[in-house]
Structures are given as C-alpha cells and as structure tokens.
Design a binder for this molecule. Sequence first.
Ligand SMILES: O=C(O)C(=O)C[C@H](O)[C@H](O)CO
Ligand SMILES: [Mg+2]
Length: 403
Amino acid sequence: MKIENAYTIVTSPGRNFVTLKIVTDEGVYGIGDATLNGREMAVVAYLDEHVVPALIGRDPQRIEDIWHYLYRGAYWRRGPVTMSAIAAVDLALWDIKAKLAGMPLYQLLGGKSRERVMTYAHCTGKDIDTCLEEVEAHVKLGYRAVRVQAGIPGIATIYGVAKREGERYEPADSELPAEHVWSTEKYLNHVPKLFAAVRERFGDDLHVLHDVHHRLTPIEAARLGKAVEPYHLFWLEDCVPAENQEGFRLIRQHTTTPLAVGEVFNSIHDYRELLENQWIDYIRTPLSHGGGITHMRRVADLAGLYHVRTGFHGPTDLSPVCLGAAVHFDTWVPNFGIQEHMSHTDETDAVFPHDYRFEEGHFIVGETPGHGVDIDEELAKQYPYKRASLPVNRLEDGTLWHW
Ligand SMILES: O=C(O)C(=O)C[C@H](O)[C@H](O)CO
Ligand SMILES: [Mg+2]
C-alpha cells in the first residue's frame, strides 16, 4: 500500500482550521488537524512545501518510521510549526491504520480504560456574579468540571472573558494583534474572591479550574496557589511561563494547589525536568501540537511514572479532528485526568462530521473505524481563510508582558 496523494485544506467556518488529508492507492484516506492558532499558514507552507512531496509513495502503515523520518530527517527539531505538521501526518496515518483494521482508534491503542471521558467547560463573565450565572448554566448542562475566569476590576480586557455577554470567547479576534493591558496586583487581589464565591454557591463537589495564562512570576504564583487552597481547585493552569522549569520548584514548595502545564509545549523534552521533579500534576499538550499520538503517548507514559495525569488542551482553535482523536486517546490512556472542551460552532461541526458525543459532562467515544471525524471538503470551500491574530499583553506602564 502507498500514499498516493496528500493535501492541506484551509477553512474558516467561524475560525481558521487547517486539515491534512492523506489518500492511499487503495482509496482509504485519513485526516489530521494541523491548526496552529494565529500561525496557520506557517504550518500549511511547511506541509505543502516540505512534507507532502516526501510522503508520496511511502507505505502509510509505517507510522513509526514516518514519524522519525519527519522528526530526525528535518534536522531542525521540535518547535510548534514542525511538531504540528508532524502531528497532522501522524493523526491521519493512525486514522488510516484504524480504518484498515476496521476498528475505532482506541482499540488499536489498547482498548478502553474507561467508559467515558470527563470534560471541563469554560465559564466566563465580566464580573463574579455573571461568572456564577455561567457556572450555573453549565452545571445544568451536566458539566462536572468548569474553568472559571472573571473580569478584574480596573482591567479593561482580560484573558478568557468574552467581549460581550452571551458571546463566545475567541482569542484570535482581530487581523493584527489587539493590545491588552495587565495588572498582576489587581488580578492577585481579586481572584481568591472569585473562588470563594464559587464554592459558597456550588459547594465542594464541582471541579473548578483556573487558567493564569503565563502571567505571573514564580513567587506570585506561589502566593496565588496558597490563597486559593481553601477552595481546592482541580488545577491552576500555566501560572508562569514555563521555559524556566526550575521556577516550579519554588511554586511547589509553597502550595498544594495542583498545577497544569504544557499547552504551548510540543515535545517530551519540554516536560522532562517538570516531570522528573514531580513539580506538576497535569500535562496539557494537545495531540495536534505534540507530534500526534506516536509522540504524546510517550509523554503520557513518562508522566505516568510520576503520578502525573493528562489534561489535554481543547479550545475551539483545535479542530474537531484533534478533539475526536483526543477522545480516543483519553478513553485509552491509563493516566487520564480530564479533557478540555470549548464547543465548536454549528458551522464548524457541519464541516467536520464526527461520532464523539457529549453526555452529562463527559465525552463518549464513537465506534466508527478510524478516529471518527471526517471533513466535508465542498462545505469547507465556502469558508475562506481570514487572517486572525492572538493579542499581545502589556503592563500598565506599556511594558510588553506574557500573554
Ligand atoms: O484553552 C486554554 O486553556 C487556552 O489557554 C486557550 C489558548 O489561549 C488558545 O488556545 C490560544 O490559541
Ligand atoms: Mg490555557
């Protein structure tokens, strides 16, 4: 069997998605998600110019060999563009292999470790009260876990909060980067009040998560972790930029609040110090940015040695292809923790028909051979690419800060 054709499909049904389709000479095809929010066309160029020509004629069943061919063979290793491109190939090849076997992907990985996959939703609001209303609405939808982000008095726009009531939160919301202003002190003074209010209204059972989006220093993160301990968060996410892994030693020494890291990581090497020192509790890299299933199962296995569980990234900027593959992975992986879920628009769901389904705060994996997600190429053509950028963040004095 040979790879006969491969091509990228860019579509924007509400937001941009990049999909790689790999077609074999026996007519079986697979698809992979190659979306890298705000840098979509860099991955398209990488795939079209450097990867696709080298795939034609190869045996699609040799997933491991193709992975190393693309990783070692490029000479230029790692990085989000390279690892997203490799991931797209890897996801498409696993899709093909599972279709050939006539099995849903989770069966090839080793079968079910659980019946359903717990997921968390995003709850945001301009202030604590509107945020609590959002939490209430999500609890009614059946969610057992929610990520809570509220506006901060004195800060005009804040990460994770929709611009207008009732709207979805979408970070890549302008053609060129919007500029946000940030105050660590205002944030640190306000956030514990939010979680006190959540616990007071919803009690102890609801899982509650929070994303700091890389905005603190280690000592500030330690202060926040301690301050929210009485509200026993499921996790505190990306509390500092994680290039300096040693910074987590300090945070860990000060707080028992569980820590999640890694949505911007793309390699097992990004995690090594964090895992070996047991400084974190959850790994976040999605399959589509971390070299696909072939690489992320190695990361998950390494994490498992240190009691660290998975909590894969799942915002709208990962396509249903990534989410569908993740639901298979989550159904199988022994050290599963939780799966992020931001609902896609109806337009997106129509472009990407899928068989995973949501039930009482969980995803249920489908039984279709492959990863269970397809793309309607004709419909995709109706939504042309629109440049969209993530914002930048500045301190009140104008200093460019972490976003
Ligand atoms: O979902 C999350 O936890 C995020 O932090 C979302 C990111 O801001 C988003 O994916 C950036 O593209
Ligand atoms: Mg995040």
